[in-house]
Design a protein around this ligand. Structure first.
Ligand code: CTP
Ligand code: CA
Length: 554
């Protein structure tokens, strides 16, 4: 085929025949070659017109050629176009479904009251209804500290125990949407204060529980019971809470031990590779398809308030009066009744205490002597197991990382010891204990004197319990993390308790969600790449011969 320009008629011709003397555009095989020959026609005008005509010719030529060579060309392009359209629809639909905002009515709520020995706290949790079996989904949205002491302190006016919860329960009504009230479970768990009261007087402890039960039932929530939880449960649920919040169950990571220090009891819970020799310290869980053999022990009377009574009773029995206490600051002096120390069921059975009615409690401020005094409340002398912590209680060697919360955190945080080594902590605490009481009061004018006076004792008690009691050596000290919250939720037994009672931690791993986030991102990226490839393919099919030819002609 030749493309010929006729100067005479100022027109282009496509046809066969000999080249006139101006331009010859000659197609050889698939290449259109052009020869400009010197002739009577102006090369420039010929060039312009030639390109114009060439485009037209080549288009027609290619289409014809394609049709001839590949009769599927058009359907193929249509098919690819449909694929691209479907791909875009799929991408948009996936993005819309995946990122659809959850309706507020899709949230569920739960309330747990932690009736501790020193005070009661009300926790409100919230989770997405359709994701309740996924770990890390339940979050604390509110905490309310009940004013006054713990419910066990209402033994002489039991009806006030329930009423004391009013303010916090009213807050709960405000926090939770009204249409969810009837299906929101409310649980009350009482800990060591009530365990001690039950020991002293079971009927009074029942009356206190009835008082809180009656009061909680006046609320529109789904009342699920008020009971005294065992020390073993307290340890186990604290362990579940910290590991649930750290997402250790879902990711099948090593778990973290839990150390809880309350006012009247303290718990240690961790997974041990060694055999747990005593059955009462052994708990077994199957969570998300994995088995956990956990060691736990709760020491009743070794919460920091009862430990202080034990230490004072111990000193009262062995020292002259006034009681010169190395765990209180120099210059500190307080009149006390012997009864305030001896009335605790943790202390009773110390006959020597009854000989005085009152005594003066004087501070002597000495960290080393305080440590010796505190050590005396632990019994390290007998152990019928392979290994014991103290008081003849079996304990395997501590293993792995630990979260230490409640009073472990309050005290260590106040003393600014949360990131120090054991040696640094001892050194700083020694200095703190020997600081005069007047100076301490001046430095912390906003802290209640009762609490302020006890931080020296509490700090020494914590170091003694962890080092001498549980055998956290200097080396293992860095594995203890003093924490208050994990991701906005308080570390404590309440969350684990609710998760267990609402069956939100299944024994077997639930089926994977239809599209986890990572899968969603992968699919979106793959789809996008596929679309780009299809688009390029389409373009190439449309333009490839033309592009190839244009290279040759220009
Ligand atoms: N900000 C705070 C809160 C509490 N405490 C003290 O820490 C101790 C433990 O508090 P908590 O963990 O609330 O103990 P309870 O749960 O009340 O006691 P238990 O678990 O033994 O029943 C108590 O002596 C309390 O006075 C503190 O020093 N600073
Ligand atoms: Ca507690």
């Amino acid at each position: 085929m030749q493309i010929i320009y006729s100067d005479q008629f100022s027109q282009w011709y496509v046809g066969t025949g000999e080249c006139l003397d101006s331009i010859v555009a000659k197609r050889q095989q698939s290449v259109l070659s052009v020869n400009f020959a010197t002739s009577s026609c102006s090369v420039r005008s010929v060039q312009a017109r030639f390109v114009e005509l060439w485009l037209y010719v080549i288009q027609r030529d290619i289409t014809a050629e394609m049709k001839e060579k590949n009769p599927w060309h058009r359907p193929l392009i249509i098919f690819i176009a449909i694929l691209i359209a479907l791909g875009i629809i799929a991408l948009v639909a996936t993005a819309v479904v995946q990122n659809k905002p959850l309706q507020p009515q899709k949230y569920k709520y739960g309330i747990v009251l932690d009736a501790g020995s020193s005070h009661t706290a009300v926790y409100i949790y919230r989770w997405q209804a359709e994701k309740e079996n996924n770990t890390g989904m339940v979050q604390q949205i509110h905490e309310c500290d009940v004013k006054g002491k713990g419910i066990s302190s209402y033994s002489s006016s039991v009806e006030r125990a329930g009423l004391s919860l009013r303010e916090c329960m009213e807050e709960a009504k405000e926090e939770i949407p009204i249409w969810r009230h009837r299906e929101t479970p409310v649980y009350l768990g009482a800990t060591a204060g009530m365990r001690l009261l039950r020991k002293e007087n079971a009927s009074v402890s029942d009356q206190v529980l009835s008082s809180v039960e009656g009061f909680l039932q006046t609320y529109p929530f789904l009342y699920q019971g008020a009971r005294i939880i065992s020390g073993q449960e307290e340890g186990a649920y604290g362990w579940i809470t910290v590991n649930y919040l750290s997402d250790n169950f879902h990711k099948a990571r090593a778990t973290m031990g839990a150390l809880d220090l309350g006012g009247a009891s303290t718990q240690i819970t961790f997974v041990s590779q060694q055999q747990v020799e005593s059955p009462e310290n052994s708990i077994y869980f199957r969570l998300y398809g994995k088995d956990y053999h956990v060691y736990t022990h709760s020491f009743l009377c070794y919460g920091k308030d009862q430990a202080l009574k034990l230490a004072m009773a111990q000193q009262l029995q062995t020292s002259d009066l006034p009681l010169r206490d190395p765990c209180f600051h120099p210059g500190y002096s307080q009149e006390r009744t012997v009864e305030s120390v001896s009335s605790s069921p943790c202390v009773s059975g110390s006959p020597a205490l009854s000989s005085h009615a009152n005594f003066t409690h004087v501070g002597a401020g000495n960290g080393t002597l305080c440590h010796s005094a505190v050590r005396r409340i632990f019994n390290f002398s007998h152990c019928e197991w392979g290994r014991c912590s103290f008081n003849g209680v079996f304990q395997p060697p501590v293993e792995g990382q630990f979260g230490a919360f409640s009073a472990f955190y309050f005290v260590m945080n106040f003393l600014n010891l949360t990131s120090d080594t054991l040696e640094e902590s001892k050194e700083k605490l020694g200095q703190y204990c020997s600081t005069p009481w007047a100076e301490i009061k001046q430095s912390y004018p906003h802290i209640k004197e009762k609490y302020l006076a006890e931080y020296c004792f509490s700090g020494v008690y914590i170091l003694t319990l962890l080092e001498d009691g549980y055998s956290f050596t200097s080396d293992k000290w860095k594995d203890i993390h003093f924490i208050k919250k994990i991701g906005g939720s308080a570390a404590g037994w309440t969350l684990g308790y609710m998760l267990n009672l609402t069956n939100m931690i299944p024994a077997e791993a639930p089926d994977a969600p239809p599209l986890p986030h990572a899968g969603y991102v992968t699919i979106m990226v793959l789809f996008s790449l596929l679309l780009v490839v299809l688009l390029l393919l389409c373009l190439k099919l449309f333009c490839w011969p033309a592009c190839t030819r244009s290279k040759h002609i220009i």
